[in-house]
Design a protein around this ligand. Structure first.
Ligand code: DGY
Length: 331
């Protein structure tokens, strides 16, 4: 009988995925879901043929350098792969896979929810109806937000998720603008009635809402730097469901607190899982809406991510190229 690959899974995954993982491979699960320390990850990389990692595992070049020669595949349970030094892994002959495509719609839904929540004061309003408050009833001048229909949305990163956000926003009567490394196909632009900006600076200065939907790569670290954030209009909002490090978070906080940017809807943070207390204080004033990195958190999405991980491992050990390999051209 062929020896089954030894798979170490770093976090708890949906039951159905873990069961299938045990059926197919010699699998070590993380039943109590404690995040693995760098030391524990290093030890796992010395015994596993496959590491099933997630976005909470920091797999840098130093850790990869200590991996055992048996480690052949890092099958990440994630769309993003910025938590893995892919270049270092590829140099060591370790294949890296991710789970693209299956969380596009869920992440776009959550982005749209934040696009609506901040200007329409959704969280502030919801807080009014609690057991320790009395609501005096409707008034003509209370709890007024800003209209979303008719506004201009500037999408930074027009890949799968950016386009899914654009489709939703268009249905809400929002005008679609975008900045991307490459202009998208003409048919896509026409369907979305989207305006392309080759200058991110110029787009930022003219939009009512900015949505960050690009991947975190070395080139997108602090893409929204203090200088760029200062280009935004004082009535404009920023929504980020991509990665915290794309935005200079300290500068964003200063600019919102000082009134140079109207507000923000954030699902991701620069130093996760730490969230700057100043952001939490701003959330109490209603200027920002904060979510705990749950853009893709649906049961359906997690099951589909797990399926992709299983397929990638299976294909790899059957001698095929796994469908979701992270390639150097994607870095
Ligand atoms: C991903 O997969 O990259 C998300 O950020 C976590 O669900």
């Amino acid at each position: 009988m062929k020896k089954r690959p030894h798979v170490v899974v770093t976090r708890r995954l949906p039951d159905a995925i873990e069961t299938r993982m045990r059926e197919l491979f010699d699998t070590e699960l993380n039943i109590d879901d404690t995040p693995m320390s760098a030391e524990a990850l290093g030890a796992a990389m010395k015994r596993a043929d496959v590491l099933v990692a997630t976005v909470t595992d920091r797999i840098d070049a130093a850790l990869i350098a200590t991996a055992g020669p048996q480690l052949k595949l890092i099958a990440s349970f994630s769309n993003g792969f910025d938590h893995i030094d892919v270049e270092a892994a590829l140099k060591r002959g370790i294949t890296v896979t991710n789970t693209p495509g299956v969380l596009t719609e869920d992440t776009a839904d959550m982005t749209m929810a934040l696009i609506l929540a901040v200007p329409r004061r959704l969280v502030e309003g919801a807080r009014v109806l609690s057991l320790d408050h009395d609501w005096a009833g409707w008034t003509p001048t209370w709890m007024l937000g800003r209209r979303v229909t008719g506004k201009r949305l500037g999408i930074v990163g027009m890949g799968r998720i950016g386009q899914a956000v654009a489709r939703r926003a268009k249905a809400f009567g929002v005008a679609i603008h975008y900045h991307n490394r490459h202009r998208v196909a003409q048919a896509t632009e026409e369907a979305l009635e989207a305006t392309y900006w080759d200058s991110l600076d110029q787009m930022l200065a003219r939009m009512d809402i900015i949505s960050i939907n690009c991947p975190r790569t070395p080139g997108t670290y602090h893409l929204l730097s203090e200088r760029r954030l200062k280009l935004m209009r004082p009535e404009a909002y920023l929504v980020n469901t991509a990665r915290g490090e794309i935005v200079d978070e300290a500068a964003l906080i200063r600019l919102i607190a000082g009134g140079s940017i109207a507000g923000a809807g954030l699902d991701v943070y620069e130093h996760e899982p730490m969230v700057n207390p100043k952001l939490i204080r701003l959330a109490e004033t209603g200027k920002v809406v904060l979510l705990p990195h749950m853009g893709s958190a649906t049961i359906e999405g997690r099951l589909e991510m797990g399926e992709k991980v299983l397929i990638n491992i299976r294909a790899f050990f059957d001698g095929h190229k796994p469908p979701d390999r992270v390639l150097p051209s994607m870095l």
